[in-house]
Design a protein around this ligand. Sequence first.
Ligand SMILES: Nc1ncnc2c1ncn2[C@@H]1O[C@H](COP(=O)(O)OP(=O)(O)OP(=O)(O)O)[C@@H](O)[C@H]1O
Ligand SMILES: [Mg+2]
Length: 234
Amino acid sequence: MVSNQPILKLAKIEKVYGTAANPLPVLRDVNLTVDAGEYVAIVGPSGAGKSTLLNILGCLDQPTNGSYYLMGEDVAHFDDPRLSSVRNTRLGFIFQSFKLISHLSVLENVEMPLFYARKPKRIRHRRCLELLEQVGLSHRKSHRPSELSGGECQRVAIARSLANDPAMILADEPTGNLDSVTSADIMGLLGRLNDSGRTIVLITHDDEVAASVPRRVSLRDGRIEHDTLREASN
Ligand SMILES: Nc1ncnc2c1ncn2[C@@H]1O[C@H](COP(=O)(O)OP(=O)(O)OP(=O)(O)O)[C@@H](O)[C@H]1O
Ligand SMILES: [Mg+2]
């Protein structure tokens, strides 16, 4: 079934830290719609609220006010068990520091989301071997993360983010710990995932990375300042 429903829609999102006496507004009136298959880079100066916004998108944090429709359902004020179920079934995460589990093998790391989803071992193995193949790391499946390069660790994390076949991948500075050649390689992999239909929202500081992403949303002082689509290059 083809749906016209956006993957996500934020309406009048506000996030306020601090105390009632001394409030610290971090996101103000953020409105954003992302359709299925889009690829969005969130950019902006340090402290602009990018990670706060991505944490809300990832159901890792909740807004103070406003609505967050994820696949049509307002998840903004879900309780913890429901938020965790949304994260496990609909979202994939990639982090700057990879966040792999050091005492598990590469294959076991990729399997983690399916382990939490209580999928049988045989199914976990089959799917995760395919994903390792897709990111070019089948030959490293029994290695530990400490035996891999940074770029290889990020490929494992990308495979892990795909394990539960998420509706959207969220990535906070996925190339932040990588040199420019490895960074281009990881962006190539993410670009191919988007070409095959995967919705991706990432944060980046890096202009070169942002320039390779079709849609750019810039945040400043907690507000969306620009939301631009890159002109087609051909
Ligand atoms: N848990 C918290 N409690 C209080 N203030 C917070 C909290 N988390 C973030 N902030 C503040 O909110 C603002 C936005 O932080 P955020 O981490 O979203 O910025 P960012 O755009 O991701 O910055 P960077 O590029 O440095 O990662 C900052 O001023 C930060 O100090
Ligand atoms: Mg940040």
